[in-house]
Design a protein around this ligand. Structure first.
Ligand code: FAD
Ligand code: NAD
Length: 523
């Protein structure tokens, strides 16, 4: 299976697993695609096996359902009978069985917290975990009152800060003038920048998500009075202060900022924060190749969101009544024009380079969007950090097909900002010459920047192709990935189909590169 919906559970140590974060998929039987699953959930069959009843499940009861032919799991306090889903799971049955008869929330969050299981598994819902009357003695960080009850030792999770994050907890205050309201957040984090601040102001609600190391601090407030759409965000790097300026609609004095909403002032690991979506408008759609297009989406005026280099967002669409979510990596409008200065577009627009699969689940519907239509876009995700390239000397990029997308902003960034950089080499794998994304721009870049080299490798070339042929292999890589000098600081980024990434990482390890010198982009 080339490109399948997310597998719900990881399997450390499993044979199926791709190295260093790549996600392997198992071949599914015909008739077991995500679309087939959606059809089954709409068929009216009793998938939960309880004739429409919802029950309270004790830990003991849950544990009884731990076999393939009778399998229940708990995610965030809700229990699902996933027996009928087994054959449809892209990661295979064994992966799912790791959570059989128990709480699978952590396993699920480790890999695919973005998968909308509530929608996908709603017909399998058995009920919720029964409450266990236990008093919680640990420190609770702003958990809403209903979350303070311990659910049979299970979920929903109580937001407990561990000691390492406690002294990082941000604080906030606010002040007003006749025309504006300013919310000031003190993060105590040096190097705070605008990419770490995500603001949404909609229907009188303000939601501010601030990333402090791997934690997320949330302000979530029903504002006291009406404000205008546009917002301003200022960050001061040295002291870690963030200011959000809202414009009052009416010139009246506010007695308070507003009322707290769900999870206000919570400070939890980013991985535990659910994805938040806002609607973005499709502004333009332009062809890149015969099957790939650039989609330009405009963020709402009342949103501040910048996607960091190497990270992606999730798009959400309702397909056959089920919410489907897939990741996409923003690029820039072109490889070269944005080079000298960061574009103003970066904070107001998202440019996505998306390949349309005629028989795919998600992209044909995306392709049917008309200019002016809206689509839900999430906060950014991904593990890539700019610090990985800050003192780099050699950067090697191994991309296959649309696996080129994370390389676009990365190329922009390193060639403009990393002074120590000596070489950047891209090895770009495609089926045919017509599939190569931005071929002429890449060739032009080799002429304008002497540090940059590109090699195209085709797996299904025509007779006219004079360049290299084949797929990723040890011999190709051993020629290509060579340090520019002994002990030079190297990073090798790999992105493409799961098997491509898996093989690439294995070959690089065989060539002696360490885990820290290899990065694969994953959801
Ligand atoms: P799918 O339904 O997933 O189908 C894709 C292909 O697989 C089709 O050819 C289909 O026929 C085949 N297929 C589906 N099911 C089966 C099966 N059971 N057996 C055999 N073959 C099958 N893509 C981009 O274009 N641009 C990006 O910027 C981008 N960024 C990404 C970032 C991340 C972190 C990740 C993980 C993926 C990214 N992708 C990107 C891929 C993207 O998320 C989707 O997987 C892709 O758009 C396919 O979606 P689809 O639902 O239309 O196709
Ligand atoms: P494609 O099918 O057109 O293949 C492009 C090239 O990849 C092929 O020419 C071949 O050299 C190589 N390849 C394909 N299958 C392979 C295999 N099984 N083993 C070894 N090499 C193989 O590619 P596409 O349709 O553009 O798909 C791109 C893939 O990249 C998708 O699976 C997508 O999910 C993934 N992607 C991931 C990210 C990320 O950040 N993780 C970003 C964008 C795309």
């Amino acid at each position: 299976m080339l490109n399948v919906p997310a597998q719900a559970f990881p399997a450390p140590g499993s044979q199926q697993r791709a190295a260093a974060g790549g996600r392997s998929k198992v071949p599914l039987k015909p008739g077991r695609s995500l679309m087939d699953w959606i059809r089954l959930t709409k068929s009216g069959r009793d998938l939960a096996g309880l004739k429409g009843r919802l029950i309270e499940v004790t830990e003991d009861e849950l544990a009884k359902h731990s076999k393939k032919e009778d399998c229940w799991i708990c995610i965030r306090g809700l229990v699902y009978n996933i027996t009928p889903y087994m054959e449809y799971h892209p990661g295979g049955e064994d992966e799912l069985m790791r959570a059989a008869g128990r709480d699978g929330t952590d396993l699920f969050d480790q890999v695919h917290r973005w998968v909308n299981y509530e929608s996908m598994l709603k017909e399998c819902l058995v009920g919720r975990m029964a409450f266990k009357p236990v008093t919680v003695t640990t420190e609770i960080c702003c958990a809403p009152p209903e979350e303070k009850k311990l659910l049979n030792g299970m979920l929903p999770k109580i937001k407990v800060l561990d000691t390492s994050s406690r002294d990082l907890t941000p604080s906030y205050e606010w002040f007003q003038t006749d025309y504006s309201v300013t919310v000031v957040i003190y993060t105590k984090q040096k190097g705070m920048n605008s990419e770490m601040v995500i603001v949404d102001q909609q229907d009188g609600r303000l939601r501010v998500d601030i990333i402090v190391k791997n934690y997320s601090y949330l302000l979530h407030i029903e504002l006291n009075c009406a404000v205008q759409e546009d917002i301003a965000v200022r960050t001061s790097e040295k002291v870690g202060k963030v200011e959000i300026v809202l414009k009052k609609k009416d010139n009246i004095h506010w007695s308070k900022l507003g009322e707290p909403l769900e999870s206000h002032k919570s400070f939890i690991r980013c991985t535990e924060r659910g994805l938040y979506y806002r609607k973005c408008k499709l502004i333009s759609k332009t062809e890149v190749t015969h099957d790939t297009k650039l989609f330009c989406l405009m963020l709402p005026q009342s949103t501040h969101l910048e996607v960091p280099v190497g990270q992606h967002v999730y798009l959400k669409q309702i397909i056959a009544g089920t919410e489907i979510v897939k990741p996409y990596t923003p690029v820039s409008f072109s490889l070269i024009s944005d080079f000298k200065e960061p574009s103003h577009h970066d904070s107001t627009h998202l440019i996505l380079m998306i390949k349309i699969y005629p028989n795919g689940l998600f992209t044909p519907k995306l392709d049917h969007l008309q200019i002016g239509d809206c689509i839900s876009v999430s906060n950014p995700g991904g593990s890539f950090k700019k610090s990985q390239v800050q003192t780099l000397e050699d950067l090697f990029l191994l991309a296959a097909g649309t696996g080129f997308t994370p390389m676009v902003k990365l190329l922009n960034y390193v060639l403009t900002n990393v002074c120590s950089l000596r070489t950047v080499k891209l090895m770009f794998f495609n089926k045919t010459e017509d599939d190569i994304l931005w071929k002429s721009q890449l060739e032009e870049l080799t002429l304008t920047d002497k540090r940059f080299e590109v090699q195209f490798i085709l797996s299904e070339p025509t007779r006219e192709w004079k360049g290299k042929q084949g797929k990723i292999s040890l011999s190709l890589l051993s020629e290509f990935v060579k340090r520019s000098k002994k002990d030079s600081k190297v990073l090798i980024c790999v992105c493409g189909p799961a098997l491509f990434t898996e093989q690439g990482i294995r070959f690089l390890q065989d060539l002696g590169y360490s885990k820290e010198e290899i990065h694969s982009f994953t959801a």
